[in-house]
Design a protein around this ligand. Sequence first.
Ligand SMILES: Nc1ncnc2c1ncn2[C@@H]1O[C@H](COP(=O)(O)OP(=O)(O)O)[C@@H](O)[C@H]1O
Ligand SMILES: [Mg+2]
Length: 270
Amino acid sequence: MIEFRDVTKRYPDGTVAVAGVDIVIEPHSTTVLVGSSGSGKTTLLRMINRMVDPTHGQVLIDGEDVATVDPVQLRRGIGYVMQNSGLLPHRKVIDNVATVPLLRGEKRRAAYDRALELLDTVGLDRSLADKYPSQLSGGQQQRVGVARGLAVDPNILLMDEPFGAVDPIVRSELQQELLRLQGELGKTVVFVTHDIDEAFLLGDQVVIMQQGGKISQAASPAEILANPADAFVADFVGAERGKRALHVTELDGRRLVVDGDGRPAGVLAS
Ligand SMILES: Nc1ncnc2c1ncn2[C@@H]1O[C@H](COP(=O)(O)OP(=O)(O)O)[C@@H](O)[C@H]1O
Ligand SMILES: [Mg+2]
């Protein structure tokens, strides 16, 4: 379990990126931090692996304050996947995936075997192992990024807008792959996005953040839709408009579900 207790981050220039945050992140589930640009998502995420330290409050992993853990040691148990994959351009795919295990002193052969298995895990052909990142499509690069995040066999996987830079079709494929992977691996995933649809698709828990790094609501997608905490959340999730404002209408004796724009979304099954 990851726990934020009254966590604030004020950067040296005075910017308050995160203010008084309390969140509980259950193990083996996916929590999505969602909010517009500048709402403090990346700052919050990076406090889990100590790439950022809070100026007030505590972050605990399984009851232990991360401030008391050596950052290098801490990151051995935490995978990190960045936007734009963050791959090293001058290293082959296989080397990118095996980098951290090699740094940890794993034998070359074992690290490479494991890296090849991880290519399978994320749905990449092993023939890509000897290519350089620039020879791969954007979607393939993101998959390599995920493989690299998994290479230390972490309990916790942090993902910062990992699918932000790819086109909508590839993005949708990557989202489905992540759902499949998570079904198999059951990691504690903390995922950052500014896209509420992505948050509702992937999150067991969705944390909605406002400017100034305050949390508006942290709950399951169903709870947020059924009972938005305030007007900001209702507006952010679009509960009262478009494809989420569904109502029922009758046509030829069948009950149709129609969205806020009047478009038919489906038929009520019962
Ligand atoms: N190193 C930094 N120094 C000063 N301000 C920062 C730094 N990093 C982020 N910020 C500011 O903190 C706020 C939150 O940033 P960030 O956590 O990156 O938000 P998000 O990921 O939601 O876009 C923004 O106003 C940003 O400009
Ligand atoms: Mg960010």
